[in-house]
Design a protein around this ligand. Sequence first.
Ligand SMILES: Nc1ncnc2c1ncn2[C@@H]1O[C@H](COP(=O)(O)OP(=O)(O)O)[C@@H](O)[C@H]1O
Ligand SMILES: Nc1ccn([C@@H]2O[C@H](COP(=O)(O)OP(=O)(O)O)[C@@H](O)[C@H]2O)c(=O)n1
Length: 207
Amino acid sequence: MIIAVDGPAASGKGTIARALARHYGIPHLDTGLLYRAVATQVTRLDLDPAIEADAVAACDFDDQLLAEPMLRDDATGQAASIVSAHPLVRAALLQRQRRFAHQPGGAVLDGRDIGTVIAPDADAKLFIRATPTIRARRRHDELQKRGSAINYDQVLADIRTRDDRDSSRSTAPLVAADDAMELDTSFLSIDAAVSRAIALVEARVQG
Ligand SMILES: Nc1ncnc2c1ncn2[C@@H]1O[C@H](COP(=O)(O)OP(=O)(O)O)[C@@H](O)[C@H]1O
Ligand SMILES: Nc1ccn([C@@H]2O[C@H](COP(=O)(O)OP(=O)(O)O)[C@@H](O)[C@H]2O)c(=O)n1
């Protein structure tokens, strides 16, 4: 079974995707980490994320990079959103994600274009939403726990900038697939959001 989980920054898609993977006993891929790795490599090589050729040169990264805490920084998320708008960067990362999705037994992937581009054939597609201020509050709490001094207003501004950039790019924009099931987590606890997600997937695969 392939499950696609898409949505904007800090909507809770990673939390839900991990829980679905545990529930169904299948592997999970956080595809945002791939773009965050490219962004980190661009910075380390002193390249410009806005220049497509620079970003493409950073796509060939060592997988160890995926485990580095710096990938979770707010600034890395911003740079990831810049590199991810380049069509050649998306093309460079496409096969890896498709292979993961179509492995025997299935998989859960979360990102922005899983239901539309990576696995349009997914058995169940979820599009996770939450209001920008609630998402900023969650992400700010998360960054604070990791020792970041960034303030709430900056996190909210960065989330809005990223939402706009991710939604307006011409290649694989952030948009719900026509057959995606929408789940707004704004006023749901993590447990309630996960239960709802499992119920939606069950209804889709059994119905
Ligand atoms: N329903 C929820 N209620 C409260 N906090 C949540 C909820 N879902 C996720 N979170 C928290 O919000 C933060 C962002 O969630 P995450 O799943 O990483 O979002 P995304 O993958 O969409 O960026 C995490 O700290 C997570 O624990
Ligand atoms: N499938 C994906 C996943 C992420 N991305 C990009 O990578 C950035 C970081 O993604 P992420 O999922 O790690 O970010 P959060 O939602 O966790 O904040 C996003 O803002 C997108 O620009 C993408 O374009 N396509």
